[in-house]
Design a protein around this ligand. Structure first.
Ligand SMILES: Nc1ncnc2c1ncn2[C@@H]1O[C@H](COP(=O)(O)OP(=O)(O)OP(=O)(O)O)[C@@H](O)[C@H]1O
Ligand SMILES: [Mg+2]
Length: 244
C-alpha cells in the first residue's frame, strides 16, 4: 500500500541487514518539507546507514523511501540528486586536486537550475573566506567538514542531509554554521541532520527522530525526546542533558 502523499521525505519500513547484523529494523519516519529535522542516536545506531539509503548509495534489504510522494528507493545517487536530495559525508570526500573555490564552483554548476549564483559567499559564511585558494591537503579537518557543507549548499539541493557537520567545530564556529543552515532553511531548504551535540540539535531542529540499536525509539520535539526516559538512559545520560 502506498503511504499518504507527503511533502518531504518519507521512510517506510526500512530494514537493512549487513550479513548477520541488523543495522536498521523496520524504521519509518517523516522529514517534512521546510523543516529542520534531527536524526540522533548513539554510535552504531544506524544513522549513516539511513543516509546512505536515502541518498541512494545502498539499497535497503526491505522498505521504501518516498520524496514528495515519489518512490525513489531504487534510484542511483545522481538520480536522487535530480530529485533535489543532497548530502554531506561523515568522513569528508574532497576533490584532492581542486581548490576550495574550484570545488564550490563545480558544485554550483552541478545543477544549472538550482546552483547558487555566488558560492564563494557561502564559503565565507562558513568560515572558509580566507581559504578559497587552498587545496584540501592544506585544510584542517574542521575546514573539510565546512567544505562538505558548502559543497552541498552550493548545489542548491532542496532537501539536504547533513552527517555531523559540526564535528570538530568550536562554539563560535558552530554558531556560524547554525546561522548559515538557518538562513538556507528560511529560504526554503529542508534539512535532515545527524548530530551528536544536543545543544546544536536543540537550537536548530523542529522535530527529532531517535534511533536506538537500529530501531526508531522516539519522535518528537527536541524537548520531548530529551525528556524521554528510554532516550535518557540509552543515549544521552542525565549529565549530558544538563550540559547540553
Ligand atoms: N557497509 C557496511 N557493512 C557492514 N556493516 C556496516 C556497514 N555500514 C555500517 N555497518 C554497521 O551498521 C551499524 C550501523 O552503522 P552506522 O554507520 O549507520 O551507525 P551511526 O549511527 O552512523 O554511528 P556513528 O554515530 O558512529 O556515526 C554498525 O554496527 C556498523 O558497523
Ligand atoms: Mg554515522
Amino acid at each position: 500500500m502506498l503511504p499518504e502523499k507527503t511533502d518531504g521525505l518519507r521512510v517506510e519500513h526500512v530494514t537493512q541487514r549487513f550479513g548477520g547484523l541488523l543495522a536498521l529494523d523496520d524504521v519509518s519516519f517523516t522529514s517534512e518539507r521546510n523543516r529542520i529535522t534531527g536524526l540522533i542516536g548513539p554510535n552504531g545506531s544506524g544513522k549513516t546507514t539511513m543516509f546512505n539509503i536515502i541518498s541512494g548509495f545502498i539499497k535497503p534489504t526491505a522498505g521504501h523511501i518516498y520524496a514528495n510522494g515519489d518512490d525513489i528507493t531504487r534510484l542511483a545517487p545522481h538520480q536522487m540528486a535530480a530529485h533535489g536530495i543532497g548530502r554531506t559525508f561523515q568522513i569528508p570526500k574532497p576533490f584532492a586536486s581542486m581548490t576550495v573555490r574550484q570545488t564550490i564552483e563545480l558544485a554550483s554548476r552541478a545543477n544549472p537550475k538550482t546552483g547558487h549564483s555566488d558560492p564563494a559567499s557561502i564559503a565565507r559564511e562558513a568560515g572558509l573566506g580566507d581559504k578559497l585558494d587552498l587545496y584540501p591537503g592544506e585544510l584542517t579537518t574542521t575546514d573539510l567538514h565546512s567544505l562538505e557543507l558548502v559543497k552541498v549548499l552550493a548545489t542548491g539541493a532542496s532537501f539536504v542531509l547533513l552527517d555531523e557537520v559540526f564535528a570538530g567545530l568550536n562554539p563560535s564556529e558552530i554558531e556560524h554554521v547554525t546561522q548559515l543552515i538557518r538562513r538556507f532553511a528560511d529560504q526554503g531548504t529542508s534539512f535532515l541532520i545527524i548530530e551528536h551535540r544536543m545543544r546544536a540539535v536543540m537550537a536548530l531542529c523542529d522535530h527529532v527522530h531517535v534511533l536506538l540499536y537500529g530501531r526508531l525509539a522516539k519522535s518528537g520535539t527536541p524537548i520531548e525526546v530529551t525528556r524521554d526516559p528510554e532516550v535518557i538512559e540509552a543515549y544521552l545520560g542525565a549529565e549530558a542533558i544538563e550540559h547540553a
